[in-house]
Design a protein around this ligand. Sequence first.
Ligand code: TRP
Length: 328
Amino acid sequence: METVVSGIRPTGNLHLGNYFGAVKSFLQMQNEYNCYFFIADWHSLTTSPKPENIIKSAHTILAEYLACGIDPEKATIYIQSDVKEVLELYLYLNMNAYLGEMERCTTFKEKARKQPDNVNAGLLTYPTLMAADILIHKGVKVPVGKDQEQNMEMARKFARRFNMIYGKEFFPEPASFSLAAQAVKIPGLDGSGKMGKSEGNCIYLMDDAETIRKKVMKAVTDSGPTEPNSPKPEAIQNLFTFLDIVSTKDTYSYFDEKWNDCSIRYGDLKKQIAADIVAFNAPIRERITEYSSNTDLLNKIAKRGAEKAHESANKTIREIREIIGFRS
Ligand code: TRP
């Protein structure tokens, strides 16, 4: 069975964009692949040396993953910092990563620009840590967003380079499994673009009914169609995308007809979308609350995940030590 690896930085709550992007793919992949889904808490140190309550942030993602249906019996779910073998591989990969190529990475340059007072070596070597995350399990498929493409190219480069230097086909080259190509793109509610944390236009799985209503009612619209059967401008198409994912087909057709004969009332459309998002979120939200209140269970699941990840990671490290020539 092929190995899938994917990490997420614990930077808050999951939103609908995460759900219909990464999480839904994970739900499918866990049935078909040997999956490792981990929470990249070490990576968060690259941007802030003193993250507030790092365990709680990791537990938030863990509880939300579980509530969405990621199953620890099927996939290995763990917290990166629990699996220390990753660091050893990070070190080996760093020995063969060159300053010039690391400095040229656009993500590094961007982050360096954003935090000029903290251009640390961890930031520079973010791609080697990410490569270590993947290669430690000899991952071959990595579901990631488009923004991670350069990091993935680096991971492939480091894998090839390791194989070259030690003259052994040891690491398989990890392929990106593009989430964008797979998933429905969830728009923001601000008229254009996608739902994203940095865009500040998210509906979170944990949002309550009132919050969801407020956010949806504020969504950008226009003055309405002036001619029957006209194409929908982006902001309106975005609302229909929401209908498409959270409402029934009948509801979609109902509003589509109203659009086409120019009798649509955006207020009604938004109320419907809000109600259907609330209904969609409700059971997930309930489960998140349950898991979040059960720290013992979360700790147990994280511990079991770490054990399974450790087993796979330790095997890789033992092989590498032998390849490089350390005492095994
Ligand atoms: N860099 C990824 C992001 O910001 C998170 C990540 C860290 C990751 N390690 C990984 C993703 C390994 C896939 C595989 O989204």
